[in-house]
Design a protein around this ligand. Structure first.
Ligand code: AMP
Length: 148
């Protein structure tokens, strides 16, 4: 059986389609398992260790807030605990009372700093595969600054 001659328009188009498909697969965001052990090399752990830059809004002993690299609204800040927790379930089970209060306090302070404490905002923590979580370190998206 004759194959498609290499260099023919059909072969070139086919190769381009394969390359496009592979590129899409490579860039598809990987979702996190809700029961996964903490990955010390996740991007937020690296920010906490000062290995990666972040545009910091608020910092305390227990939490850090910084601008999301790909904002979905005028205000889009991520608030994270400094401890190694993959998600809200692991945080609730293992964090101390001080860490829990510290995270709540950081969320409130960040809302005030960003000027959305009166206008309001949305607070979201995507958890696990079905929740669409892509970074395996607990984080709250604080989103606002406009009518959502
Ligand atoms: P999620 O999909 O809920 O896990 O959210 C992860 C969020 O982290 C996304 O909104 C990303 O835009 C954001 N993100 C990823 N890497 C960085 C980074 N280096 N600095 C700031 N935000 C980031």
């Amino acid at each position: 059986m004759k194959g498609v001659p290499t260099g023919s328009p059909v072969a070139i188009l086919f190769s381009l389609l394969i390359m496009l498909l592979l590129s899409c697969l490579a860039h598809a965001e990987e979702r996190v398992d809700a029961a996964a052990d903490y990955d010390t090399n996740n991007v937020f752990a690296r920010i906490l260790r000062g290995e990666l830059p972040a545009d910091i809004v608020f910092e305390s002993e227990y939490a850090l807030a910084f601008h999301d690299i790909s904002p979905k609204a005028r205000v889009h800040v991520l608030v994270i605990p400094k401890g190694p927790y993959t998600n809200i379930l692991q945080f609730n089970q293992n964090a101390s009372s001080e860490e829990k209060l510290g995270l709540l306090d950081a969320i409130s302070q960040t809302a005030r700093i960003m000027g959305v404490d009166e206008s309001g905002f949305r607070l979201v923590s995507n958890t696990g595969r079905d929740g669409g979580q892509t970074v395996p370190h607990l984080h709250f998206h604080l989103i606002g600054g406009e009518h959502l």
